[in-house]
Design a protein around this ligand. Structure first.
Ligand code: ZN
Ligand code: ZN
Length: 649
């Protein structure tokens, strides 16, 4: 008998040689129908694999990332089969699953398919899928594997096999098609019900531009036709909401080749937006007992050698800057943390000074390859809403709770309602990978779990995902299109206090090392604004909008009354703008809609006579004519409903 442990901590005994799928069946037939892949002792296995030793099992469905990965990896096999069928002379190379779908790199020998061929390939693909052939793993000797591909005249696979050790080589067979493969499949091809080829692009063999150029065929597949339709709709919506498109339409930011790629220029409206976000967080941080600091954009190379950042970023980042006379070597600041450590070190500290929370909207610079740059979400210079909390080990618990409160306040105020947390802890089996005392790790890991529990977060624990220098808590936030973003990391650090020899005097005058916590609810202003734009489609929460109300007069005759309304709004600290141009109301409304102004006030003869305003709300349309006091009530309620009270206990 063997002992199989499940993720919920339960264990069960099975006969040696029991198949994974039968373990699933022992739980329930329903689960067995839904399971499409599995892992055993953290290794990917097939559902048909036989279990011969004790171990931890994980069963995955389509709803798990691992399940999707197996699904798309298996789909790549079907794509390869299809390509070999339609293009018999083509040579297959590699075809992995990716975040959304899969691809296969193929040498078509000049007979490259075009988008016009997609339909034909998709139809053949589905024909093969419907045959519902099992995916079966098969061991092969190195010589057999080499012989197989030499016969096929496929020098790419031959090269791959030559790098492998004899005894480790496996193939996956389905129908009469075989491919070199390490495993990790869904049980059979019939589970794949829909497919769409998305794109073809050039790709060099092994990513090396000195090698042959191959054709990369991208596709995506689903277990239901409906899911494909929904996915394609989502892709269309995402294009509409692309932050680079919206940023241009709303005049928020730009890039200049002359300034340099990856270095955003914030336009006046974008700057106002960013300032407002910054003040919003600074105000909450002030209430939560943070102290603001400012540090320079460069620091001596030695500073980053001490912190370890030079080792991490030095060679593969912006190169050092030298002074002409003093022989000093500076680096552009890749992280704010080392500077804050030196602020801590600037005077003797006692336990009475802790927790010390140093906050800075600090701009940092990291080299990214030009191909990696993407609007505001991947840039070379960005501003982190950074803070470092220096505290005692005992304070980690309350500092985590307070930081979670702050992050939740940010999410709530900005309309992110769907999120969960991930707690990343050590892998107990590899203690050598982590620095710091075991006892301290235990205290902070328990503190994080405790804080997550007490704050009512939906969270999952990932063992082995902690950084070498400390455990952390991340938030995974879903945006309006259902895409996940990592935001609001809270990271414990035992490394930098060690490297910077930070210390404080304890109650018995003993020297003690503080714990450091890094946290940034937004992450960076640039990336956050990109996410916020795509989440809201540019229609920001009312409190954040640059122009909250546009006042439109139907003709110049009502300019004066329009001005009067503007004055009233401004007295209530509302950001309004009067559009008294000699244009039609229709045109003015359209422009306000494009600019995503939350409210429009329309003013004509009736309104002037009755001393009222007519209200139009973005997306919702007419709210009718009303006294201005009534409108002010509606307006203020919307703001107070969207931005909760923030108090720290
Ligand atoms: Zn495979
Ligand atoms: Zn930091």
């Amino acid at each position: 008998m063997i002992k199989v442990s499940f993720p919920d901590g339960n264990t069960n005994e099975f006969k040696k040689g029991t198949k994974v799928i039968d373990v699933a069946k022992s739980i329930s037939e329903g689960l067995a129908r839904k399971v499409i892949s599995a892992s055993y002792n953290s290794e990917v296995v097939e559902l048909s694999s036989k279990l011969n030793e004790d171990g931890d099992i994980k069963l995955f469905t389509w709803d798990d990332d691992e399940g999707k990965k197996a699904f798309w990896h298996s789909s790549a096999h079907i794509l390869a089969q299809t390509i070999k069928d339609i293009y018999p002379k083509s040579k297959l190379t590699i075809g992995p699953a990716i975040e959304n779908g899969f691809y296969y790199d193929v040498d078509f020998g000049g007979n490259n398919p075009s988008e016009n061929d997609f339909k034909k390939i998709e139809e053949k693909f589905l024909e093969f899928a419907r045959e519902d052939n099992e995916f079966k793993m098969r061991q092969s000797s190195k010589s057999d594997a080499l012989a197989y591909y030499k016969k096929e005249k496929n020098e790419y696979k031959v090269e791959l096999i030559e790098d492998l050790e004899d005894g480790t080589i496996t193939f996956c067979d389905h129908s009469n098609f075989s491919d070199l493969c390490k495993g990790g499949h869904i049980p059979s091809t019939g589970i794949v019900k829909s497919v769409k080829l998305l794109n073809i692009a050039g790709a060099y063999w092994r990513g090396d531009e000195n090698n042959n150029q191959l054709t990369r065929v991208y596709g995506i597949s689903f277990p239901k036709q409906k899911m494909l339709t929904e996915y394609l709709e989502l892709v269309e919506k995402a294009k509409e909401r692309d932050h680079r498109k919206l940023g241009k339409e709303l005049d928020l930011f730009t890039f200049s080749q002359k300034v340099g790629q990856g270095l955003p220029l914030w336009l006046p409206k974008g700057t106002e937006l960013r300032d407002r976000l910054q003040r919003f967080l600074e105000e909450a941080q002030r209430k939560a007992g943070y102290k603001k600091v400012i540090s320079p954009h460069i620091g001596l190379k030695d500073l980053y050698v001490t912190s370890g950042h030079f080792e991490k970023y030095g060679k593969n980042s912006f190169q050092p800057i030298n002074t002409p006379n003093e022989n000093e070597t500076f680096l552009l600041k890749p992280m704010n943390c080392p500077h804050h450590c030196e602020i801590f070190n600037s005077r003797p500290m006692s336990y009475k000074d802790l927790p010390l929370r140093l906050a800075e909207f600090g701009t940092v610079y990291r080299y990214e390859q030009s191909g990696e740059l993407h609007g505001l979400s991947r840039v070379r210079g960005f501003t982190v809403d950074d803070a470092h909390i220096f505290c005692t080990t005992d304070q980690v618990d309350s500092e985590f709770k307070n930081t979670i409160d702050l992050v939740l306040y940010v999410f709530k105020s900005l309309g992110f309602e769907d999120f969960h947390a991930q707690v990343s802890l050590r892998d107990d089996n590899t203690p050598e990978k982590y620095i710091g005392l075991k006892k301290n790790w235990e205290i902070s890991e328990n503190a994080i779990i405790n804080a997550a529990k007490e704050k009512g977060l939906s969270y999952k624990i990932e063992y082995g995902e902690a950084a070498f220098y400390g455990p952390k808590l991340d938030f995974m936030v879903k945006d309006a299109l259902g895409r996940s973003w990592q935001l609001g990391t809270i990271q414990v650090d035992y490394n930098l206090p060690e490297r910077f020899k930070l210390s404080y005097k304890g109650p018995k005058n003993e020297d003690l090392r503080p714990v450091m916590i890094h946290r940034a609810p937004f992450g960076s202003m640039e990336r956050f604004v990109a996410i916020l734009l795509e989440h809201t489609g540019g229609l920001f929460p009312l409190w954040l909008s640059t122009t909250q109300i546009e006042i439109l007069v139907v003709s110049e005759n009502y300019k004066n009354y329009g001005q009067k309304v503007l004055n009233i709004l401004e007295n209530h600290e509302i950001r309004a703008h009067l559009d008294d141009r000699n244009e039609t109301v229709g045109k003015k409304i359209r422009e306000s809609e494009i600019n995503k102004i939350p409210y429009m006030i329309i003013i004509g003869g009736n309104e002037e006579q009755n001393e009222t305003v007519s209200i139009r709300k973005h997306k919702e349309g007419d709210l009718g004519e009303m006294k201005i006091d009534k409108f002010l009530d509606i307006f203020k309620k919307e703001i107070s409903d969207s931005i909760p009270e923030f108090n720290i206990n």
